[in-house]
Design a protein around this ligand. Structure first.
Ligand code: GLC
Length: 395
């Protein structure tokens, strides 16, 4: 199944311009702005069609970097009065004030590998350097070598059941209850003027497995970028930081072969099985033996993650599992892509192929939707959603 033409058309339709900037909206009606990890996915997909467009996607994303190095998870670019997102007060005009999984270095490297354009690399290096340094310095107040998020939205998985316990919500909450609670967090963050250490220690502090796994992979890449640009000291610094995070994940998150997200000052494990348990495969931090066990005992088990249309974001065995509810069960193309890449890292090609086929089948049955019911492949949520483009990069 080749979706290249549809993907190319969709990305053109979702393209927006503002002055000299160009970006892609995830979905024109539901998500009419620029989002951080979405733009990284977009850049990866665009790199198959047109490297200039892929570079522009990154350049618009980093153009709104904060003074302290943070890159916000939403850039509004335009004032759209009809959008529900405008109702959220993030305490700032023009952008949000939280971030999202740090996929930028990865996306930049995908582009660089295709044309070796060092000027582009040089142009974005300063932004990358400051962003990753910000995460290392500001998101780890206890010096555990693990990054903390201050709102579930920073994980990109807004209402995932991983965050129920830290939020004080029951596994059977309603979406309204969840949104209310997340908005309360934003308000608290604004009130303390985004004093990150205070926010983490008082309101919400999750050291999430995917966020840290993504950070490791991106720091490794950033080290490669630094080396390419002749910054050997930076290169060894970033590599070293990546290693420290891997060790800390092993020390504080690993139990019985599974990496669990942890929260609070005392690093309590959140034992809810979501797709996140497979994200360390993306960062290559499991031994082959550990990886094999994880895949056999969890991924390839029908009643857990091997649903008819993998990959459910939450194990079917969890009481919070709901095949239709946002990040509480449906398959999303981003998590499928991360797990695909992780499986390929370890040579689980048959399992990776099943995820790729399932992703293609869901697109075939339901079109480019935001998410899919993993039991019957039905499309859910936003339409004309760009993440389906990631099937192109399941290689
Ligand atoms: C939803 C998703 C988030 C994504 C955003 C834009 O909020 O949960 O991951 O970045 O939509 O697509």
């Amino acid at each position: 199944m080749d979706f290249s033409t549809e993907i190319k058309d969709l990305f053109l339709k979702n393209r927006r311009y503002k002055g000299k900037f160009q970006y892609t909206v995830p979905s024109p009606s539901a998500y009419p702005y620029q989002w951080l990890w979405d733009s990284c996915f977009h850049a990866i997909v665009l790199s198959y069609f047109n490297l200039t467009d892929a570079k522009k996607e990154i350049l618009s994303l980093v153009s709104n970097q904060f003074e302290d190095g943070m890159i916000p998870h939403i850039i509004y670019w335009r004032n759209l009065t009809h959008s529900k997102f405008l109702k959220i007060n993030w305490g700032k005009k023009g952008t949000s004030t939280i971030t999202q999984p740090p996929m930028i270095a990865y996306a930049v490297w995908q582009i660089f590998e295709k044309d070796g354009d060092k000027d582009f690399l040089e142009g974005v290096y300063f932004h990358l350097y400051n962003y990753y340094l910000y995460l290392l310095k500001k998101r780890d107040p206890n010096m555990d070598h693990l990054l903390g998020i201050i709102n579930p939205d920073e994980s990109g998985e807004d209402n995932s059941p991983r965050f129920d316990e830290p939020l004080g919500l029951s596994p059977n909450q309603t979406l309204e209850e969840n949104i209310k609670r997340r908005l309360q967090l934003v308000k608290q963050n604004i009130e303390c003027n985004f004093d990150l250490s205070f926010c983490m220690k008082n309101f919400f502090w999750v050291k999430d497995v995917p966020f840290n796994s993504i950070m490791i992979e991106n720091l490794d890449i950033l080290a490669k970028i630094a080396k390419k640009l002749n910054h050997p000291t930076d290169a060894s610094f970033f590599k070293n930081e990546a290693d420290k995070i891997s060790w800390a994940m092993r020390r504080l998150m690993l139990e019985d072969g599974i990496f669990w997200s942890i929260y609070g000052d005392d690093n309590k494990k959140i034992k809810v099985k979501t797709w996140s348990i497979f994200s360390p495969l993306f960062a290559k931090i499991l031994t082959p033996k550990e990886a094999s066990k994880l895949v056999q005992n969890n991924l390839c088990v029908d009643v857990k993650f091997w649903a008819k249309y993998p990959l459910p974001t939450v194990s079917l065995e969890e009481s919070s599992f709901d095949p239709n509810d946002f990040w509480r069960g449906p398959a999303w193309m981003a998590s499928n892509w991360f797990v695909y890449k992780g499986l390929r890292n370890y040579g689980f090609d048959k399992e990776a192929e099943k995820i790729k086929k399932s992703s293609q089948n869901m697109l075939q049955i339901s079109g480019f939707r935001e998410r899919f019911n993993p039991l019957n492949g039905e499309g859910l949520g936003a339409k004309n959603f760009t993440w389906g483009g990631l099937v192109l990069d399941m290689v």
